[in-house]
Design a protein around this ligand. Sequence first.
Ligand SMILES: [Cu+2]
Length: 338
Amino acid sequence: MRHFVIVSILTAAMTYVIYVGLTSLGLMPVHASTQATSIDWLWDWQMRAMSFLFALIVAPMSYALVVFHRRKGETGEGQHFEGNYNLEIAWTVLPLFAVFAFAYMGAYSLGEVRRLDPNAMVIRVHAVQWNWTFEYPDYGFSSDVLHLPINRQIRLLMESTDVIHSFWVPEFRVKQDLVPGRVTELLITPDRLGAYRVRCAELCGISHSYMEDDVLVEETADFEEWALEQQAIAIEASKTPEGRGRILAATYCLGCHSITSTQLSGVAAPVWLGLFGKTETLQDGSSVVVDEAYLIESILNPLARIVHGFTPNMPQTFANTLSADQINDIIAFIKTLK
Ligand SMILES: [Cu+2]
């Protein structure tokens, strides 16, 4: 009996030390969303369970090694035991109970994370190798920095143009894949002001590690001010074809194509500066003067003619997603890039 008491005390003490040790390591970054609360709560209970299970094995084992080891000169056999019903019932019922408890807690936490607020603001996330674009349908503009108002639920509706990407801001805790051909959803209610980073959490090709963008959680007033400013710019731009084209391009094309003289880091797509009217060399060695017909063909049927030195990585879906007017607007925009 004395041994049981000592081992119990040792196990309890070890559980405590390991738990405190693990929590003080700071394994988690700060938490910045209400969804993080229930996830961190679940995580915390898992840490407790882990600490206890580790101690439950290591403490009695170490105790037995020290106290019951074979002494010098001892040659006899140890005592033999045969079965112990109480112990067997205990180690069946208690883990069963623990598994049910964690199943309940997991389901509860999932429910919290998935609860949609009817007042949530929709932001559409477009992912492409290797860039994020954030579209604000309530305001009618796109941005490559994700601005979020504090304490309002954000409903991200996410689409990928090419391969599977994954939206992950560690401080928000939640993570969701973007799968080509599907719209996936993620709910985030930011509750801490600050600057964070969204990173792609699904290995998606050569520049996967550069697929990061800024995420800013702002006071509602600051967010409104920024959004209305962007909206005003977008409204002004939408009055002209090239302005509308710029907005469309920001959403669909400028993740790959650069409009300055330097190619985007990691992305192998031709730059658009000076594209219209120039003589382009194609993969088969022939050349073509870039006119409207060539641009339209490049957008609707990217495989028809491949630019020399590039792999045919351009999405082949624009024939379905863009209208003829929209394509004309984009071309009007490309023409302005001299
Ligand atoms: Cu990615």
